[in-house]
Design a protein. Structure first.
Length: 328
């Protein structure tokens, strides 16, 4: 449970002489973000030797900093009873398995019915954390594993791990086309130059984006792949695979027209055309626990819709090639 009243004090080390107050506060009170500490300084919740101070004040070393603040709800969100599966729960983090179709965070057009609303219903104290403890997102129609912080310290630690790229995130996807082998896509991603609701591989102005992929199984006109993220840009896997010429099955934005194998059965055609979303699942997650320091790992099996589509593709492939077919 998150403590609502914060009372902390610390002495400024001599080697911090000449640094700004907010910079030193971030070192001495690492449980909280720089933005929150700056606001507390402005509000008078952080004092220097018992006196009010300013964010840009320079310190000399030896001062006593006191932090006395009340955590407040970070947004005007509504708690809603929406089901989601929890794989791990402790005082610091939650690891959950998000179903496809669930938006992660309220936004324009989605003020309710999101994972954040669901978190507040099951864990009311999450309202005291920025974004209710959510530190990364999955697209609405992507299923799979997410980690959520339960304390300010855990949230800062998880954000730091994501920035340092020490959180391992592996996805399974079904793409159109037959990949020869695995590889790496190192291509910056930014807003599409003319279609602002889309992302795209861009030259200049984009953010670094790196994805590593490997082939799990090839079919007549599709490939089942495993993708590991080195960075976490919006729509990264969807954009990178489409950039390679192998868009995700069912992707309404980047997928283009469905590719059907020659001599495809009516069953397979119906399964591919009827697949309701991009075939993408966050299958594995590894991170360092912000409390214990232990390296932890979780896996999530493919959801029913993706497993069913792969079963149809497998049956069709074996029927066309013969039961003695060796997978490549």
């Amino acid at each position: 449970m998150t403590e609502t009243c914060i009372r902390l004090e610390a002495t400024v080390p001599a080697d911090c002489a000449g640094q700004r107050l907010d910079q030193v506060a971030a070192v001495l009170f690492p449980d909280f973000s720089r933005t929150r500490l700056q606001q507390w300084i402005k509000d008078g919740a952080i004092t220097r030797d018992g006196q009010p101070c300013k964010v840009r004040d320079r310190l000399v070393g030896g001062e006593r900093l006191n932090l006395v603040a009340e955590l407040e709800e970070q947004g005007e969100w509504v708690a809603e009873a929406i089901d989601f599966a929890v794989l791990h729960e402790d005082d610091d983090i939650l690891v959950l398995d998000k179903p496809a179709g669930l938006v992660v965070h309220p936004g324009a057009g989605n003020p309710r019915g999101t994972l954040l609303n669901a978190l507040l219903h099951r864990y009311p104290d999450q309202a005291l954390l920025p974004r209710a403890g959510i530190v990364h997102r999955l697209d609405k129609d992507t299923s799979g594993l997410m980690v959520v912080a339960r304390t300010p310290r855990a949230q800062n630690a998880l954000v730091a791990q994501l920035q340092a790229r020490s959180v391992s995130r592996d996805y399974e996807a079904l793409v159109q086309g037959v990949l020869v082998g695995g590889g790496t896509v190192d291509a910056a991603i930014g807003r599409h130059p003319t279609q602002r609701t889309r992302m795209a591989v861009v030259r200049g102005g984009g953010k670094e984006a790196i994805s590593h992929y490997r082939v799990l199984r090839r079919f007549a006109a599709h490939t089942h792949v495993r993708v590991s993220l080195e960075t976490g840009r919006t729509h990264q896997i969807r954009v990178h695979m489409a950039h390679l010429g192998y868009p995700l099955v069912g992707d309404p934005v980047y997928g283009g027209r469905p590719k059907l194998p020659r001599e495809a059965s009516s069953t397979l055609i119906a399964a591919l055309r009827g697949f309701p979303r991009q075939a993408l699942h966050a299958a594995a997650l590894s991170l360092t626990h912000p409390g214990s320091g232990e390296r932890l790992h979780w896996e999530s099996p493919l959801p029913v819709d993706m497993a069913g589509l792969l079963a149809v593709l497998t049956a069709e492939y074996l029927a066309l090639q013969g039961e003695g077919t060796k997978w490549v």
